[in-house]
Design a protein around this ligand. Structure first.
Ligand SMILES: [Zn+2]
Length: 306
């Protein structure tokens, strides 16, 4: 059997396992919507007149860009949000730093795929899956990885996915030494990202989550500097030794909680040994499409996970 045939057999097997699992979960619940929704992640044209400092962004930015004064985003689009300026640049230009109160977006059935700890050389596999499935995702990247794989970061951006800041090196002892150290890690990563794609994210995710790591001073520090921390409410648990079918089962089981359907934020990983994630991801996407979920990128309107 060829490698491709084996892969498809495996995907088929996983799909069968997932379907059985889902039937077990959902037979207790009201009929689920069968419609399949896909997202068009084709970038739309945005005029960039007079933005001479970032000429290549005139081409076709697949994102909303926060500008000098504009700190909000349109309500009707599913595009990631980036900032033209780093915190340091905003301060130097005396531009607003903090974000205004933006009403959260709650849909009927909304899902956010989030992938942490990349980019890695294998992120291309994830990007190929997302392209094939026509769904967007959000990548919370590390500065150290961005330095190693700038071309992959560029591909993530150009294909319309959101990018979040996951600190520079993820080392708890350094990241959580103090709020100032945390901010330094974010700002260092922002600068690396901006050098590659010309813009930097406003969304961040604390390594290991904020629980047990953040106190009020950390929350105040990120708010004062205009960052938004994004948690998760569905844990695929794929950073462990879980097999693809376990990862699928983890997601399917937790998606049984209807209270999360208006903002299901799934935590997955984009690391060096995510072969099981690669196998699980297409099945998870197919399942969510079949259940009628809309795939969105994390933006400034993404509601709190909990
Ligand atoms: Zn992480």
């Amino acid at each position: 059997m060829t490698k491709i045939a084996k892969t498809w057999c495996l995907i088929g097997l996983i799909a069968a396992v997932c379907t059985g699992f889902l039937l077990a979960i959902f037979t207790q619940q009201p009929t689920l919507q069968e419609t399949v929704q896909t997202q068009d992640i084709t970038p739309s044209v945005e005029h960039e007149q007079g933005k001479k400092h970032l000429p290549f962004l005139r081409l076709n930015p697949p994102a909303h860009l926060l500008d000098d004064a504009v700190l909000t985003q349109p309500d009707d689009a599913n595009k990631p949000v980036f900032d033209r300026y780093t915190v340091v640049e905003r301060k130097a230009r005396k531009l607003p730093l903090t974000l205004p109160e933006i009403p959260p977006f709650y849909g009927e059935k909304v899902v956010y795929l989030t992938l942490d700890d990349g980019p890695y050389v294998h992120t291309d596999i994830i990007l190929d899956i997302l392209k094939e499935q026509h769904v967007p995702a959000t990548f919370f990247v590390l500065g150290v990885q961005v330095e190693k794989y700038p071309a992959i970061l560029k591909r993530i951006y150009e294909e319309g996915h959101a990018i979040g800041n996951h600190t520079y090196n993820h080392a708890y002892r350094e990241v959580y030494k103090s709020p100032a150290d945390y901010l330094n890690q974010l700002q260092r990563t922002d600068e690396l990202i901006q050098k590659i794609i010309g813009v930097r994210p406003r969304i961040t995710r604390a390594p290991g989550g904020t629980v047990g790591h953040f106190n009020q001073k950390y929350w105040q520090a990120i708010k004062d500097n205009g960052y938004v921390d994004i948690g998760w409410n569905i844990n695929a648990d794929d950073a462990s030794k879980a097999t693809a079918s376990q990862i699928i089962a983890n997601v399917c089981y937790q998606m049984g909680n209807r209270a999360l359907w208006n903002r299901a934020i799934i935590l997955l990983h984009d690391g060096p040994s995510q072969t099981e994630t690669f196998k699980a991801l297409p099945v998870i996407i197919q399942y969510l499409k079949k259940e009628g979920f809309q795939f969105r990128v994390v933006d400034l309107r993404t509601p709190p996970a909990w």
